[in-house]
Design a protein around this ligand. Structure first.
Ligand code: PLP
Length: 407
């Protein structure tokens, strides 16, 4: 007989599998919640259980055996919190719908998610990774240092096919990349990978701007700490992928313990419901600020992706540390994707752990600043940036002569 818990869970998944395709904005507020009205609920419940009672240990043994086989989600309650959690499962269901994948597996952080992917592949004897710089500093470090026994070959997108080896288990890219916002042609890269799975870190774009699985990526990674949560108060990671890889990831998560707390799962599900609105609003402000920065003589170069987004990177002629010290409304802090605007100096913080030569070689100049634009009014943000950028650079004698000649 179904307990209320069982029927709620089964209904949620059945609904998700049978629902006709819906627009992203609709999925954002409904996916992972389809069973609620039938349960007489409006807000999703938070299940904080670490363990689940069962009077039938033979049935539990069978369910654990099944999980050990293919890592598929357990039918019925999770047995133990490390095997799964219904609140976290709602977030996973919703994110998979938004990314257009069969499944998603959530972790305690983005780095825990990436570690699980590397462990899954190296457990199959596929320890070699091909990756394109720049990546987020700690992802770069994890690969370069070989902390999990992997070996990396760094290349540019055009070199991927040549860099593949019989033991290559993964190709990894970020697009737009942290912190330069460099973009790769995901479809072309996926083609170059052949049968090797492509992992695309989609943290910066979010599924609102780009769905890498549709372009051939087999694994889509997010630091959910960023836009998916969206309010700077949840640390989480998630991998959207096919059911086969999801099963392996769940097995690694069970064995290594990098699980997401249910309260974080709840906050992420809530964050997803406003994701399209937040990303579109912040992106419009970011595009405006990118244009103002590009026209400003104190700014040497602006990086803003073709696909848009709420991240802007720019190189200053002056001292980048003075800009960080000069902001008042904008928060000088690492991380991104919150409702408020943050700015940081990648060479000092997010990419400090990457060797300086490698960092510069990846286009991360020492004068680069990375700004995550939030939901404030654009004029207030510009006033703060304008003040933090300091006095305009004095005109060079040549420019001065030109201006005088034209006046
Ligand atoms: C693009 C990208 N991927 C992965 C990560 C790692 O995520 P987390 O900090 O949640 O472990 C980050 C963190 O900044 C990131 O920016």
């Amino acid at each position: 007989m179904d307990t209320p818990f069982d029927s709620a869970r089964t209904t949620a998944y059945d609904d998700v599998r049978t629902t006709a395709p819906r627009a992203l904005a609709t999925e954002a507020v409904h996916a992972g919640r389809d069973d609620l009205a039938r349960q007489g609920l409006h807000a999703p419940p938070i299940d904080l259980s670490t363990t689940y009672p069962s009077y039938d240990s033979r049935a539990e043994a069978a369910r654990i055996d099944a999980f050990a086989g293919d890592g598929a989600e357990l039918d019925g309650p999770p047995v133990y919190g490390r095997l799964g959690n219904p609140t976290v499962a709602r977030f996973e269901t919703a994110l998979a719908r938004l990314e257009g994948t069969e499944a998603a597996v959530a972790f305690a952080s983005g780095m825990a998610a990436l570690s699980a992917v590397l462990l899954v592949r190296s457990a199959m004897g596929l320890r070699h990774v091909v990756a394109v710089r720049p990546l987020y500093g700690c992802s770069d470090h994890l690969l370069t240092a070989g902390l999990l026994g992997t070996e990396v070959t760094w290349t540019d997108p055009a070199g991927i096919a040549d860099a593949l080896r019989p033991d290559t288990g993964l190709v990894m890219v970020e697009s737009p990349a942290n912190p330069t916002l460099a973009e790769v042609d995901l479809r072309a890269v996926a083609h170059a990978c052949g049968s090797v799975p492509l992992l695309a870190d989609n943290t910066f774009a979010t599924p609102v701007l780009q769905r890498p699985a549709e372009q051939g990526a087999r694994l889509v990674l997010h630091s959910a700490t960023k836009y998916l949560g969206g309010h700077g108060d949840v640390m989480a990671g998630v991998v959207a992928c096919d059911e086969e890889l999801a099963g392996r990831l769940r097995q690694v998560r069970f064995a290594t313990g990098g699980v997401l707390h249910p309260l974080a799962g709840y906050l992420l599900l809530r964050g997803l419901s406003t994701l399209p609105v937040r990303v579109r609003a912040a992106s419009a402000t970011a595009a405006d600020l990118a244009a103002r920065l590009a026209a400003d003589p104190r700014v040497a170069r602006v990086h803003y992706p073709r696909i848009g987004g709420a991240m802007v990177a720019f190189e200053v002629h002056g001292d980048p540390h003075a800009v960080i010290g000069g902001v008042r409304l904008i928060t000088p802090a690492v991380s991104l994707g919150s409702v408020d605007t943050l700015i940081q100096h990648p060479a000092s913080i997010s990419h400090r752990i990457v060797d300086a030569e490698d960092r510069r070689g990846a286009g991360v100049s020492d004068r680069l600043l990375r700004m995550s634009v939030g939901l404030e009014d654009v004029e207030d943000l510009w006033a703060d940036l304008d003040a933090a950028l300091g006095e305009p650079r004095p005109e060079s004698p040549e420019v001065k002569r030109l201006h005088e000649a034209m006046s």
